[in-house]
Design a binder for this molecule. Structure first.
Ligand code: NCD
Length: 316
């Protein structure tokens, strides 16, 4: 892969997506070994810089870097000098002074990782910027879909809920469209405005209008932290109309896949029997997350400098 950073899936080619997914599929074997480690990124330094809460994504990147033998340090805004008023640029200059190879960054502001990527020599992986993109999540979603559906070409993916405020949805929309899938979105008008059709998706409002056609149903969390007042009447009403329960699921295809990026609000986006039910692949998404992030670090950092101490073998 000939790029310094991964900031989003908009503009990433089909070939690159296939390369990432194929590399991730090969890295899965590392996590099944008793010693879950290969020397591929030995001596390289990977920093996770999260300016917004995360459990899954940060842990997953951390684990991916460690399984490739990179040194990892984590910087979190709640325990750092950001709390003392340091600007993002100053924080970045200080991180730069420690000579990292890659920074995995999550930030509430759209475009924050793009700004650092432009200014500094290290690889930047966007782990979620505001409502914009979250490419590694969409890649792990696509790997999970590909495992079950074989190919994404011509498949129908329904994304339901707070699509407008979801960086997961945006990255999936770009990636899935590139891979030839058809994307339907459904949610209340405030979370699924008609203008979303400019992204090449079909906008519907009732969940029943997408269920019967879907090969995959991706449920999203309401992004309360990004909602302004008046965007939702009540959680209970939302759950009634858009929450996925067993009764609604019966109106979908019997082989449909149910996905969710997490964290789930049980009883809001979906009921526990759906989240833990036989159509759910939610925990497979988490497992695939580590492999996809290993693939991204491997492809962006170019394996071991000498290219001969395990990098190629590990991915083979
Ligand atoms: C998502 C995120 O942070 O955008 N979570 C994740 O990375 N697994 C989705 C969400 O917060 O709802």
């Amino acid at each position: 892969m000939k790029r310094k950073d991964l900031l989003g899936l908009r503009g990433v080619s089909r070939e690159e997506i296939v390369e990432i997914l194929d590399t991730a599929a090969r890295f899965r074997s590392v996590s099944k070994r008793r010693v879950k480690k290969v020397p591929t990124l030995r001596g390289r330094t990977v920093v996770t810089a999260f300016f917004e809460n995360s459990t899954r994504t940060k842990t997953s990147f951390d684990l991916a870097a460690k399984r490739l033998s990179a040194d990892t340090i984590s910087f979190s805004s709640s325990t750092s000098a950001t709390k003392k008023g340091e600007t993002l640029m100053d924080t970045a200059r200080n991180l730069d002074a420690m000579v990292p190879d890659a920074i995995i960054m999550r930030h509430p502001a759209t475009g924050a990782p793009h700004m650092l990527a432009q200014k500094f020599p290290w690889a930047v992986i966007n782990a979620g910027d505001g409502i914009n993109e979250h490419p590694s999540q969409a890649l792990l979603d696509m790997l999970t879909m590909r495992d079950h559906l074989g190919s994404l070409e011509g498949k129908t993916v329904a994304i339901v809920g707070d699509v407008y405020h979801s960086r997961v949805a945006r990255s999936n929309i770009y990636g899935l469209s590139t891979m030839g899938a058809r994307v339907l979105v459904a949610g209340p008008g405030t979370m699924c405005p008609p203008a979303m059709s400019e992204l090449g998706v079909e906008v519907r409002h009732r969940i029943d209008e997408v269920l019967p056609e879907a090969d995959v149903i991706m449920m999203l969390r309401i992004q309360r932290e990004r909602l302004s007042r008046g965007m939702m009447s009540s959680v209970r009403e939302y759950a009634t109309f858009y929450g996925l329960d067993m009764e609604k699921l019966r109106r979908a295809r019997p082989e449909v896949l149910v996905m969710h990026p997490g964290p789930i609000n049980r009883g809001v986006e979906m009921t526990p029997d759906v989240a833990d039910g036989e159509r759910s692949v939610i925990l497979e998404q988490v497992t695939n997350g580590v492999a996809v992030r290993m693939a991204l670090l491997y492809l962006l950092l170019g394996g071991a400098p000498s290219g001969s101490d395990g990098g190629d073998d590990a991915a083979a």
